[in-house]
Design a protein around this ligand. Structure first.
Ligand code: NAP
Ligand code: ZN
Ligand code: ZN
Length: 372
């Protein structure tokens, strides 16, 4: 494939020609509703994908309800996309019509900074382009996500879904999977280590499966005692209800690594004190409100680290998909029609997800056909 000269792309809004139906929120306080927009005609390096399934990430909810600020309305969320290639540009080398592919949280980056050169496009120094709520360089228009019929993406940001993997269960791997895989790899989680995962939601249940597959001793921390059996089934060796102070104290100073996926502000000290000397807790949960500041002495006394991590690069995402295929891992999902997305958001807000909602886009096709 020829390198793409990103700097000479001139936005051409007149290129927006592919009518596409989706679901969008018009404001932070309105429910998602049918919305129609245009995708760009695929360029020489682009792949056009008919979307089959799209996972529902808590980041979709944070963005649609404007909890983080900066949402460009109307917003079409969705960045856990699996679909079928239906068209490719002249210079596309990796994919062809009929391939089962995925798109995660990014659809573009500068391709020339040191982060991009090292395969860490999510940390692009010029800013990666999000799959939704970003600005598409080719057209100058807002990017729109996977709660829609189709998407057009530069092939560099398209992933191959391994043969035999269930397409619906694969969808959440494109965000929840890579967001947990990347820090587990970066902090070198493996056999002989005691690893904590905080929160059993979309990210947390993937964290448990992946850390278990990497050979660690996995302890799941939850606020929901009724998730205990599921956590053990998913690969946890132990389950601790984090409100139980005595059970928490029994693990003080013993963890090599803790992956914190909680979507709400909470007391970080309760988990920092569980780290052993030189242990690290990495935050991937991105609550709308700040956590109370942790006590500095909890960090300095045992040289502990508190860190953060953002999704993962494209090459690492492919590595994660191949790792999941090799270990028989997909997400545990509840499939919903797109017409139930607002109820799904309400349930996700309450922690009532086992363990990822995935939209079947056939429901949108039926809605479009009925309206025609
Ligand atoms: P989710 O499915 O809603 O899971 C979050 C889990 O956190 C819940 O299931 C619950 O687990 C726990 N939780 C929720 N509220 C809580 C509270 N008030 N106190 C304690 N625990 C609570 O969400 P998700 O899709 O996994 O996303 C989790 C967070 O990661 C979100 O903030 C999301 O925006 C963020 N995220 C970050 C990245 C990144 O690149 N860093 C990528 C994707 C998502 P229990 O019932 O087990 O306690
Ligand atoms: Zn996400
Ligand atoms: Zn870059």
């Amino acid at each position: 494939m020829l390198p793409r000269p990103a700097e000479i792309i001139i936005p051409s809004p007149e290129n927006l020609v592919i009518k596409t139906a989706g679901y969008a929120a018009a404001s932070g306080t309105t429910p998602l509703a049918p919305f129609s927009f245009d995708r760009r005609d695929p360029g020489a390096y682009d792949v056009q994908i008919e979307i089959l399934f799209c996972g529902v990430c808590h980041s979709d909810l944070h963005t649609a309800r404007a909890e983080w600020g900066g949402t460009m309305f109307p917003i079409v969320p969705g960045h856990e996309i699996v679909g079928r290639v239906v068209r490719v540009g002249d210079h596309v080398g990796t994919f062809r019509e009929g391939d089962l592919v995925g798109v995660g949280c990014m659809v573009d980056s500068c391709q020339s900074c040191s982060a991009c050169a090292e395969g860490e496009e999510q940390y692009c120094e010029k800013g990666m382009v999000g799959t939704y709520n970003g600005i598409e360089k080719e057209t100058g228009s807002p990017t729109r996500g996977g709660y829609s019929e189709r998407i057009v993406v530069n092939e560099k940001f398209v992933l191959r879904i391994p043969d035999g993997m269930d397409p619906a269960g694969a969808a959440p791997l494109l965000c929840a999977g890579i967001t947990t895989y990347s820090p587990l790899r970066h902090w070198k989680v493996g056999p002989g280590q005691k690893v904590g995962v905080v929160g059993l939601g979309g990210l947390g249940h993937m964290g448990v499966k992946l850390a278990h597959a990497m050979g660690a001793h996995v302890v799941l921390f939850t606020t929901s005692p009724d998730k205990r059996d599921d956590a053990l089934r998913l690969g946890a060796d132990e389950v601790v209800v984090s409100k139980d102070e005595e059970a928490m104290a029994a693990h003080a100073g013993t963890f090599h690594f803790i992956l914190n996926t909680v979507a709400a502000a909470h007391n970080l000290d309760a988990f920092l004190t569980l780290l052993r000397r030189d242990g690290t807790m990495t935050l991937v949960g991105a609550p709308a409100h700040p956590h109370p500041s942790p006590g500095v002495f909890n960090l300095i006394m045992q040289r502990r680290s508190l860190a953060g991590s953002l999704i993962g690069g494209i090459a690492e995402t492919q590595e994660m998909l191949d790792f999941c295929a090799a270990h028989g891992i997909v997400s545990d999902i509840e499939i919903i029609p797109i017409q139930q997305i607002n109820e799904a958001y309400d349930r996700m807000e309450k922690g009532d997800v086992r363990y990822r909602f995935v939209i079947d886009l056939a429901s949108l096709k039926r809605e479009v056909a009925a309206a025609a």
